[in-house]
Design a protein around this ligand. Structure first.
Ligand SMILES: NC(=O)c1ccc[n+]([C@@H]2O[C@H](COP(=O)([O-])OP(=O)(O)OC[C@H]3O[C@@H](n4cnc5c(N)ncnc54)[C@H](OP(=O)(O)O)[C@@H]3O)[C@@H](O)[C@H]2O)c1
Length: 362
């Protein structure tokens, strides 16, 4: 019998779900034993249910092909066979909020890729290198839900991961004003060029809801846990424009920053390179060894060269230079469907296991 924790993927047939399945192939701690999706897929084998929709570069893992897909809405039945679930279902926000809570109430921890619970006060929204301590709010959540081990944890939006780690690394210089423009890949909309041909040689200056998330979510991630509450960081104020560009994977951000305590370029680079968090200390299986790389060349970071840095779990920063309006400007890059989606959620789950929040059901 495997010692690994038994994992279910809610929405496992979709694009993010497929990414979870791929990332968890041969995972040392977790084993995918259950996949759930809509009633359209329920009762079919995973291979049949996904059909021609497999969007990963690597082949579908053999171990999941014959798993019979269950219906996400049959909560008790799905929860009965797993120790915890990853959530990547696409439903209305209200439906997602309700169903994730229903799973938590069956004493099944939920690590979610969805935005539905990102602003629920007692749900931690985590980038594990930055705010691992926010996991403590789970105790309060369990009291509200009346559970012993069931809870929900979420990861933030993919767009913020290209600049928030740098802001965290530079905390002691007190960044207080940030102007960011993100150049976001089409996989962030669950698409490839095959199913979104209009994006070839095109730019679309609108991504629904994205600018608000990009401005506000970093403040929760950079916030502090005080008196049993996550208090939002008051600074930096962030203004953001989000642009869809003809790139398959990789969100780039061009960012301007003002600091209260003026750093030198050497200090900024040193802080990026030395920034480490609990995932690195604990050597979690999906943790990048070097979370942030700083690239000196003028033409980096580039999507084609740098998006897969540290297996898509690292963040690349470059083009750091003084600005005559703001203090400093830089360009950041992160992999939106790995660090920004499923990979970030897998790292959260590893951290929560290491912290004792996720364990095998007795
Ligand atoms: N794509 C990204 O990079 C990205 C990044 C961050 C967040 N997200 C969020 O992650 C979620 C999933 O995105 P995605 O791109 O993977 O979507 P997707 O490819 O459309 O997949 C959606 C999944 O949800 C299931 N589903 C849809 N309607 C359902 C229903 N009424 N009841 C039960 N299951 C249902 C689908 O099952 P069937 O196959 O049976 O239809 C499928 O498994 C979304 O909420 C999205 O906003 C996506």
């Amino acid at each position: 019998m495997s010692e690994k924790l038994r994992v279910g993927i809610l929405g496992g047939t979709g694009m993010v779900g497929q990414r979870f399945i791929s990332l968890l192939e041969n995972h040392p701690w977790f084993e995918v034993v259950t996949i759930a999706a809509s009633e359209r897929s329920a009762g079919k084998t995973y291979e049949e249910a996904v059909g021609g929709r497999w969007k990963m570069d690597t082949p579908m893992p053999e171990a999941v092909k014959n798993i019979v897909v269950m219906n996400v809405n049959e909560v008790e039945k799905v929860a009965a066979g797993v120790d915890f679930v990853f959530s990547a279902v696409d439903m209305t926000k209200d439906e997602i909020r309700a169903i994730e809570e229903a799973y938590a109430k069956t004493e099944t921890p939920v690590v979610s890729n969805n935005s539905a619970h990102r602003w629920t006060p007692d749900v931690p929204m985590m980038i594990p290198e930055i705010n691992a301590d926010h996991a403590k709010i789970i105790e309060k959540q369990k009291e509200r839900l009346g559970t012993q081990r069931g809870f929900i944890a979420v990861k933030p939006n993919c767009s913020i991961q290209s600049y928030t780690p740098a802001l965290a690394a530079w905390k002691e210089f007190e960044p207080y004003e940030v102007v960011a423009t993100t150049y976001q890949a089409i996989s962030g909309a669950g698409k490839t060029f095959k199913d979104w041909p209009e994006m070839v040689e095109n730019i679309i200056p609108y991504i629904g809801g994205e600018e608000e998330k990009s401005e506000k979510e970093p403040l929760r991630v950079l916030g502090t846990l005080e008196d049993g509450e996550i208090r939002l960081a008051k600074e930096p104020v962030i203004t953001c424009q989000c642009i869809r560009v003809p790139v398959l994977n990789g969100h780039t951000a061009a960012v301007f920053v003002r600091f209260r305590r003026k750093p030198t370029k050497e200090q900024l680079i040193e802080k990026l390179r030395s920034f480490r968090g609990l995932p690195q200390e604990l050597e979690l299986p999906s943790a990048p060894k070097q979370f942030i790389q700083y690239l000196e060349e003028d033409n980096r970071p580039q999507v084609k060269l740098d998006v897969d840095y540290e297996n898509g779990m690292g963040v690349s920063i470059g083009r750091l230079r003084e600005d005559h309006v703001y203090d400093w400007k830089f360009v950041g890059l992160s992999h939106n469907t790995v660090r920004g989606a499923a990979g970030g959620a897998v790292l959260c789950a590893e951290l929560l296991k290491a912290q004792g929040y996720i364990a095998a059901k007795q």
